[in-house]
Design a protein around this ligand. Structure first.
Ligand code: CMC
Length: 428
């Protein structure tokens, strides 16, 4: 028997089914609200209480600090899987067997070239352009070189489109950074692993042969896994809503990259590092910045703290904090910024303002410290987030299209002027 929720308004009662997810999450299904009530809508700015879809990809419990991809805990995946396996898992629902994984990688390699004409587009950007803007534009420009729309009723066509973007996106990421650094654009090497190849494309100097560094590749792989999906966040919802108009995969991804760019979302990793550097330059007085964060007349927020869903430790932050310690020790780097971050975290966790609001470090708080140790420029941090999030966006887009979801089109409550006559310009 389905549970029901009753809404009473103006002496009338309306019943709505309550649906239950596989982890016993409850949701009132209000699909019939407007037709049943004669046009009453709901209002929920920021969608804090609104489920936009049913999804079988990622489960997170913000109260308990749980994150699972397709049922597997983020802790286990970060420890045992590699990024390509996780990408396959997210997109197709199951971990690949050896044969599937080898084929998946081989198919990706087959598509890992980007049309040379794309270089002209990249060339036309000033060097000062932010890499996220460049990446979003290049992803959109890819459509011009791959103009056929994906036939979503064909698994084969869908698979081909997915493989194509997983192959070409890292090239765009690497080119975006090389342009910024004034390095010649490089191509990959099919004999390397997926993440190793990304690293090579980003960092190989024209005069040197590429040397693999296990510590760096492992850290990069882990960071990409931790960022790979996070259910209906701002950029993922953007990808789904753009895709719901049947705009293509590349167009939807390009929009997702723009959404991720903002400092309240993926852009926070850059903002965290800039904040930590500013605190260091200002004498390392963390208390001063804690006070600023709590002062309601000051727009400053402690970047890397707080989360819309986690009201407990972000499980990804816990893993990244340990990884940051290990990577810095393994690479023999002493970074005063890490000490400032730890000091800030300790103070925030003991501070009543942060305790009352359940503000804990999020995924972005420590990731920038590792990126910096790996030699990735600060402006590229959010690009690295996008690289990690790519499989999640693809998985969510695919699920949305396979479920044949309707076009995303929220309602509003209009609060503007009532009907009035036009006033000629000389009478205004
Ligand atoms: N520093 C100081 N106060 C904060 C912070 C912060 N970082 N985050 C939230 N608060 C306060 C906020 O002022 C509000 O206080 P009050 O109840 O007195 O008005 C209360 O906590 C609730 O905040 P909110 O803005 O209503 O919460 P939200 O769910 O709308 O926002 C958030 C979530 C992540 C945007 C926010 O916590 C924030 O701006 N954090 C800093 C930016 C950041 O680190 N973003 C990365 C998020 S994780 C990765 C990702 O999504 O990409």
């Amino acid at each position: 028997m389905t549970d029901k929720a009753t809404l009473e308004y103006n002496g009338q009662k309306y019943e709505f089914p309550v649906i239950k997810g596989s982890e016993d999450e409850l949701a009132i299904d209000i699909k019939t609200l407007r037709s049943a009530t004669g046009g009453i809508t709901t209002i929920d700015p920021g969608y804090k209480n609104t489920g936009s879809c049913s999804s079988a990809i990622t489960f997170l419990d913000g109260e308990k600090g749980i994150l699972r991809y397709r049922g597997y805990s983020i802790e286990e995946l970060a420890e045992k899987a590699d990024f390509l396996e996780v990408a396959y898992l997210l997109i197709f629902g199951e971990l690949p067997n050896k044969e599937q994984l080898v084929k998946f990688h081989a198919d990706i390699k087959e598509e890992s070239h980007v049309d040379e004409e794309m270089k002209k587009i990249l060339d036309s950007f000033p060097k000062s352009a932010h890499p996220m803007g460049v990446l979003s534009s290049l992803t959109s420009a890819l459509i011009a070189f791959n103009p056929s729309t994906v036939d979503v009723s064909s698994e084969k066509a869908m698979y081909h489109a997915i493989v194509r973007i997983l192959a070409k996106f890292p090239v765009l990421v690497a080119w975006t950074m090389r342009k910024k650094k004034g390095l010649p654009l490089d191509y990959g090497d099919d004999s390397l692993g997926y993440v190793e190849n990304i690293h090579k494309m980003m960092f190989k100097k024209p005069t040197q042969t590429y040397q693999k560094n296990e510590i760096v590749i492992e850290a990069l792989d882990k960071l990409l896994i931790l960022h790979a999906d996070h259910e209906q966040n701002c950029s993922t919802s953007t990808v789904r809503i753009v895709g719901s108009s049947h705009a293509g995969l590349f167009a939807s991804l390009s929009a997702g990259i723009s959404a991720l760019w903002g400092p309240l979302h993926g852009g926070a990793n850059q903002a965290v590092l800039e904040m930590l550097e500013a605190i260091e330059a200002d004498g390392g007085d963390t208390k001063k910045y804690m006070a600023k964060a709590k002062d309601k007349s000051d727009p400053f927020r402690l970047m890397g703290f707080g989360h819309r869903v986690y009201k407990n430790f972000d499980p990804r932050a816990k893993i990244i904090k340990v990884a940051a310690d290990e990577v810095l020790a393994d690479l023999g780097i002493e970074d005063p910024i890490l000490e400032i971050a730890k000091g800030l975290e300790k103070e925030a966790l003991e501070d009543q303002y942060f305790v009352d609001r359940k503000l804990y470090p999020n995924v972005d708080f420590y990731s920038g410290i590792i990126y910096r140790a790996l030699g990735i420029p600060t402006e590229m941090f959010t690009v690295m987030f996008a690289l990690g999030r790519l499989p999640g966006w693809i998985a969510q887009w695919r699920e949305m299209r396979l479920n044949n979801e309707p076009i995303g089109r929220p309602r509003q409550v209009y609060t503007g002027a009532n009907s009035r006559g036009f006033v000629e310009v000389d009478q205004r």
